[in-house]
Design a protein around this ligand. Structure first.
Ligand code: FAD
Length: 210
């Protein structure tokens, strides 16, 4: 694993890729490396260990995504609750309609479960050397990543629905949150690939235990 200076002649930014999400500083770039050479002092850690470092970093990186995005879901919920408490429709506030209560309840329940999954995976990572699985807590961070990514998308989607036209307009941040968080189910591993890994581990453990 090594660092490449942006002015290295072997490195080129081909283009900035236009994406659904717009909020990442600098955006997402397509880059090209051709005969790219770096000095020894550009190497991070030990030579030949880069893949291992990348793997170890994945667990904490996924969790920090989860924490940040769960905060965004909470913000969306706050808008939905505030709007539903004030807006009257068919003779009562939206918050008094059971259909809206159910949506808010589902979001509250799922966010609570998501938070506990993040805490548990973070706890495992924090165990350090006393827990042989601490290095990545791969199983738990994978499960948390899938659950939190899907929860965040559902919670923001419900908030947009509850807020009606305000959810769609750019006057409020809900449209932005909706747009910015769709990619979460894809990057750092799509939900399907995490499910595949989780499922495989379950079967491997069953075979090992038999
Ligand atoms: C905005 C954005 C930022 C990104 N930033 C980074 C970054 O900083 N670093 C980085 O390394 N990567 C980054 N990525 C890449 C991202 O991790 C990959 O796009 C992602 O892992 C999916 O790989 P892919 O695009 O090659 O899709 P493919 O591998 O072609 O998969 C496409 C779809 O097929 C399905 N699929 C794939 N495999 C399976 C399977 N085994 N079983 C069932 N279904 C499957 C899934 O639904 C998946 O979404 C970013 C992507 C986006 C969109």
């Amino acid at each position: 694993m090594f660092l490449v200076d942006a002015d290295n002649p072997g490195f080129r930014i081909v283009r900035k890729v236009p994406t659904l999400d717009l909020g990442w500083p600098g955006g997402h770039a397509e880059v090209e490396f051709v005969d790219c050479e770096v000095n020894d002092d550009a190497v991070l850690g030990a030579v030949g260990e880069g893949f291992e470092y990348a793997q170890v970093r994945l667990g904490p990186a996924r969790l920090t995504h989860c924490m940040r995005w769960l905060g965004a879901a909470r913000r969306a919920m706050e808008y939905a609750v505030r709007y539903a408490s004030a807006r009257e429709s068919f003779g009562k506030t939206l918050s008094e309609h059971q259909g809206v209560q159910f949506m808010v309840a589902d979001s509250e329940i799922e966010m609570h479960a998501a938070r506990l999954m993040i805490w548990h995976a973070a706890y495992l990572l924090d165990q350090g050397d006393s827990n042989p699985r601490h290095l990545s807590a791969r199983h738990e961070t994978s499960m948390a990543k899938v659950f939190v990514a899907e929860t965040v998308n559902r919670v923001i989607d419900r908030a947009v629905q509850i807020c009606g036209a305000h959810g769609i307009s750019e006057d409020w941040p809900l449209a932005l949150l909706y747009r910015e968080h769709r990619a979460f189910r894809i990057y750092d591993g799509p939900s399907e690939v995490h499910r595949m890994s989780v499922g495989r581990r379950v079967f491997r453990r069953a075979v090992a235990a038999s």
